[in-house]
Design a protein around this ligand. Structure first.
Ligand SMILES: C[S@@+](CC[C@H](N)C(=O)[O-])C[C@H]1O[C@@H](n2cnc3c(N)ncnc32)[C@H](O)[C@@H]1O
Length: 219
């Protein structure tokens, strides 16, 4: 393993804002984020497939009255987000190293107020559709951990994944759906506070438009 990556993994072990398997608290987080991890009990917002955690860090600054958890499996990417949050003294931002399919092992029913899924892997092969983060298997889990009125935000530059996501959410009773196939030229864009992720910058350079939608489950 590259030396830089190893050093980042070691630093993650020492950091209070990175929660991973080696931490004693790791298996006790469910239902306890606001009791034992965050200094203030506030609405919890998740950034899934967070990569370098740009949304957790960026929104964490804009909304100090909310707590943010970026979730990804890649420790070296989480290290970047963790470093930025520490530099900002953002005690309301944390990173969880975990597989998103196990999200309900880390969050209790109704514990979460908002979920952002930011440029998830498109998984274009048909046989991988159950691994897409907007497959109903994942949506069921988001529904379970979200509180009443909780919002799901999904952002992707991948048109087939966006179309697939629209088909999947059509299986649910939802409300307050807002959507655009060109976020950067949409009235919804200011709500993103100019936050651009690595993948989004790359998509922009390629001239791709960014799809975005948000909704609430209605039962
Ligand atoms: C295409 S990248 C997007 C990263 C970031 N959101 C961005 O826009 O730059 C997808 C990310 O999802 C993470 N990921 C994919 N499947 C995952 C899973 N099942 N559980 C946790 N993380 C996952 C990958 O490690 C990767 O960092």
């Amino acid at each position: 393993m590259a030396r830089k990556k190893m050093m980042r993994f070691e630093e993650n072990l020492e950091r209070y804002n990175v929660l991973q398997m080696e931490d004693e608290a790791y298996t006790k987080l469910k239902g306890n984020w606001n009791k034992t991890h965050f200094p203030s009990s506030q609405p919890i917002v998740l950034e899934l497939a967070c990569g370098y955690g740009e949304y957790s860090v960026g929104l964490g600054k804009v909304y100090p009255n909310k707590n943010f958890v970026g979730v990804d499996v890649k420790g070296d990417r989480l290290w970047r987000g963790s470093t930025d949050a520490l530099a900002n003294n953002s005690f309301n931002v944390a990173f969880l190293r975990a597989e998103i399919q196990k999200l309900d092992q880390f969050f209790e029913q109704d514990e979460v107020s908002e979920i952002w899924v930011i440029h998830p892997d498109p998984r274009p092969r048909k046989r991988d559709r159950k691994r897409r983060l907007t497959n109903s298997r994942f949506l069921d889990m988001y529904k379970k951990i979200l509180n009443k009125g909780g919002t799901v935000h999904i952002k992707t530059d991948d048109d087939p994944l966006y179309d697939y996501t629209l088909e999947e959410i059509a299986k649910y009773k939802i409300k307050n759906l807002l959507l655009t196939r060109d976020l950067h030229n949409s009235p919804l864009y200011p709500e993103h506070h100019g936050i651009l992720t690595r993948y989004e910058k790359r998509a922009q350079k390629q001239g791709l438009k960014i799809n975005y939608l948000r909704f609430e489950f209605d039962d």
